[in-house]
Design a protein around this ligand. Structure first.
Ligand SMILES: [Mg+2]
Length: 151
């Protein structure tokens, strides 16, 4: 599947809401952001299983900055959609929602926002909504991905 991940409060913490991977001093001065503990391993596992991994965020961070952070943790993604691109495409398609993964050919979108989950029901796209406080978040996503594939 072509899978997209949200960034804020899903892979990148807002404050101290979840544990993060180690980041050294150099990483910090190079502007690398903290990433959720277990994220690099989860993404590599999904890629090994044959899935394409993408980032789909409503943040205006540049794609270069996002790729820089991901590369520090040895994560390579297929595509990055930031809010600059998202706004354009939603507008062109006259979709009144914060996100619409289908417009980017993402089969499954993973996010922390219950609102995005509701948009999925309304606009008929598949989501996994994972809470920032879920300590077993990687296992939860693995199980949900399996459930979605085999249903
Ligand atoms: Mg979020």
């Amino acid at each position: 599947m072509n899978i997209s991940f949200d960034l804020d409060s899903t892979l990148i913490p807002n404050g101290d809401e979840f544990e993060t991977e180690k980041r050294n001093f150099l990483g910090k001065i190079l502007g690398v952001e903290k990433i959720r503990k277990g994220a690099p391993e989860l993404i590599r596992l999904l890629q090994t299983d044959g899935h394409l991994i993408n980032i789909y965020t409503t943040s205006f961070r540049s794609k270069r900055k996002i790729r820089n952070t991901l590369r520090y943790y040895k994560i390579e993604v297929t595509r990055i959609v930031n809010q600059t691109e998202n706004e354009k495409v939603l507008k062109l398609n006259k979709i009144n929602a914060s996100k619409c993964p289908k417009l980017f050919n993402f089969d499954l979108h993973i996010d922390d926002s219950k609102g995005v989950g509701l948009e999925g029901e309304k606009f008929n796209f598949t989501t996994i909504i994972v809470s920032p406080s879920n300590l077993n978040w990687t296992k939860y996503i693995e199980n949900e991905v399996d459930r979605i594939i085999f249903k």
